[in-house]
Write a protein that binds this ligand. Structure first.
Ligand code: BG6
Length: 491
């Protein structure tokens, strides 16, 4: 089965930080795939911009090496790569001086009528400088958008400041705050599942759902990002953005349409309804962890502190939270969240556990009746599983068995699963903001996260060690088991 491709208008994508890690690993391969699948209209250009003094030729070599390294086997096609490299240009610019900006303007003026997107794949400290330079050098046309990567601030105050700085130059409808989790195929499938089926929505509330679990587990460690990570930690790095976005899509009311404002209005209401966690309850509702030496991805790995220069840190590489939403739909339904580095596997999933049946008509010999679960798997093996009790086949009386209706998307549809960035990069060109965070969403998320950070400080809540390659500290198991529930670790 092939997916349907709707070509986008011709565009110029200017990638600040064009020779950086994100461009190399994600943006260039994603744009290459969109070209191969026929989504570009001509003339379309990709313009790398950063402080490094590269020529067009050198940038093309960099991009070629990036494609060789990051495309999967069989995806590198000589003719397509040649075509792709020919649309690449490079301009050395300095965010803090005027160097290079006239050259960028000259290049962009060749395509004034095209959609123009500026992608800030740079440290947030220079978002403001770059926006101002874009403005001062008159690079903003009617068809211009700006894309900003996380982190958008490290607390509410810095997020407000950052949003103000960008907001001085760009209108909200031109600003695309990227959260790549929203571009993942299964995240959108969550909306299809909920809103295109009559089956789930009547059950999607506190009357029928016992609890929800959201797990984003990684087996990798710091991947050379210790400098950033040690100042952030798991709560800022994963929960404030990706996990809260997953929680919003799971918990939101039905928007009146897929219109970007309608969807984001509903997500915002969820964020605002999250019950506060602060110094008064932070120790009961959260667990902070930090990995110690152990084994992961098939070999021995160092502990977090051994990877840091100073060897001392109270930064969490794991966090588990019992969150609650204060509204009618979710009253009394805990949302257990956990995420961490160097865990036992790489898995992201949302597990909806329904309530137990109120009364059983089967005798003991039938076996235990397990509550139904809906498992929405984001990665790996994207898909949806619905567990159901059935009768064990064959003679021997009524024995019950828990089975899964298992739909793995890869095997069901036999299509390449596009990387999240592919969809999001094209949504920017299409000017569709549904899968991007609005300013008030980012701020509402910080409003919930800030008191947790402050609570940890006030309560002096330390990180609990966990061995690399396990599912986190035992306190995280206790967090859910205190409520008579268990983490879904059947993975
Ligand atoms: C990023 C975080 O936003 O998401 C990283 O900064 C994390 O720390 C990454 O590893 C996870 O993304 P994915 O798509 O690999 O699950």
């Amino acid at each position: 089965m092939s997916s349907q491709i709707i070509p986008v208008e011709p565009f110029d994508y200017v990638v600040f930080g064009g020779s950086g890690d994100l461009a190399e690993r994600k943006l260039l391969p994603a744009l290459y795939h969109r070209q191969v699948e026929g989504q570009f209209s001509e003339p379309t250009r990709i313009i790398g911009a950063s402080r490094s003094a590269l020529s067009n030729e050198e940038y093309r070599k960099f991009a070629d090496a990036a494609l060789k390294e990051h495309l999967k086997k069989g995806e590198y096609d000589d003719a397509e790569v040649k075509k792709f490299l020919a649309r690449l240009f490079y301009v050395p610019v300095d965010a803090r001086s005027d160097a290079g900006w006239d050259q960028l303007k000259k290049l962009l003026d060749e395509g004034k009528e095209r959609v123009r997107a500026f992608y800030l794949a740079v440290a947030p400290g220079i978002f403001g400088d770059i926006s101002q330079k874009i403005h001062d050098h008159k690079l903003i046309t009617k068809q211009t958008r700006i894309v900003v990567e996380k982190p958008i601030g490290r607390d509410l105050a810095s997020a407000l400041q950052l949003n103000d700085t960008i907001g001085k130059v760009f209108k909200e409808e031109q600003i695309f705050r990227i959260d790549h989790y929203l571009g993942k195929e299964t995240v959108q499938n969550l909306m299809a599942l909920r809103f295109a089926n009559a089956l789930y929505e009547p059950l999607w509330n506190a009357n029928h759902i016992d609890h929800v679990q959201i797990t984003v587990a990684e087996s990798v460690g710091l991947e050379g990002r210790a400098g950033y990570y040690d100042t952030a930690g798991a709560l800022r790095d994963m929960v404030q953005n990706h996990i809260l976005q997953l929680l919003c899509l799971t918990a939101m009311e039905i928007p009146s349409s897929m219109d970007s404002e309608a969807v984001r209005d509903e997500k915002l209401k969820v964020l605002r309804a999250l019950k506060p966690i602060d110094a008064s309850n932070v120790e009961q509702a959260t667990v902070r962890g930090q990995y110690r030496a152990g084994a992961s991805a098939g070999g021995p790995v160092k502990g977090y502190l051994d990877e840091l220069e100073g060897g001392v840190s109270n930064t969490e590489t794991f966090v588990a939270i019992k969150a609650e939403i204060g509204n009618w739909r979710w009253a009394g339904v805990p949302f257990y969240i956990r995420t961490g580095k160097r865990l036992a596997g790489r898995v992201s999933e949302i597990v909806i556990t329904f309530k137990h049946i109120p009364h059983t008509i089967f005798d003991q010999a039938a076996g235990r009746i397990v509550a139904n679960q809906l498992i929405i798997r984001l990665q790996p093996d994207e898909g949806v599983k619905q567990s159901l009790m059935i009768k064990d086949p064959g003679p021997g009386g009524m024995r019950l068995r828990n089975v899964s209706l298992d739909m793995s998307f890869a095997s069901a549809f036999n299509v390449r699963n596009p990387d999240a960035y592919e969809r999001l990069l094209m949504d920017v060109i299409r000017s569709n903001q549904t899968l991007f965070m609005r300013r008030d969403e980012v701020e509402a998320a910080w409003k919930w996260v800030d008191p947790i950070l402050k609570g940890w400080e006030e309560a002096g809540q330390q990180v609990q060690g966990y061995t690399a390659g396990t599912w986190g500290p035992s306190q995280a198991i206790a967090l859910i088991e205190r409520d008579g529930r268990t983490w879904h670790d059947d993975i």
